[in-house]
Design a protein. Structure first.
Length: 169
């Protein structure tokens, strides 16, 4: 399950809550770790590495997952940010983005207060621009998605409309 959204839209919180609710695992966003460990924002030359590491972690987590694996971002978001910040997407990242398929795509609405997060967060304006770019890209690629909005409890209920109710404990 792909969980996409602009910065500071609650993807990580949502992914963790979904994994707990459906008794499975989730794959955290590698970009966050990249920025924290290197104490810098990524360069254009880092984009493919970031996306391929994200995919490698998805593949490593899959055997530990139940029927569902929640992925906090995908190469598509890396490609969008690459286009936003660097004006394009290198061929390797474009190919990786095109090759990855997810059964369900959930998009987190940027409707919570924007929170600065050191090097990784830029502004409310960037968040809204990236959100619009994401919706346009999903439409251009004919990728169906569910936009989840509101507080976490509401988002979890909205997700049930495509994931089904979790099994009783």
């Amino acid at each position: 399950m792909a969980i996409l959204g602009a910065e500071s839209s609650g993807k990580s919180t949502f992914a963790a809550a979904l994994a707990a609710r459906y008794d499975t695992v989730w794959v955290p966003e590698y970009l966050r770790e990249f920025v924290e460990t290197r104490a810098r924002v990524p360069l254009e030359s880092d984009q493919f590495f970031i996306a391929s590491t994200q995919v490698a972690r998805e593949l490593a987590a899959a055997p530990r997952a139940g029927a569902l694996l929640f992925c906090d971002t995908t190469p598509l978001m890396t490609a969008l940010y690459s286009r936003f910040y660097f004006g394009g997407v290198d061929p390797g990242l474009a190919a990786l983005t095109a090759a990855r398929r997810y059964d369900v795509t959930l998009v987190t609405a940027p409707d919570s207060p924007w929170v600065a997060d050191g090097l990784q967060r830029e502004s409310e304006g960037v968040r809204q621009s990236v959100h619009r770019m994401l919706l346009d890209e999903l439409a251009a690629r004919a990728i169906p998605y569910l936009l989840v909005d509101g507080p976490l409890a509401r988002r979890l209920l909205q997700a049930e409309s495509v994931l089904g109710a979790p099994a009783p404990a």
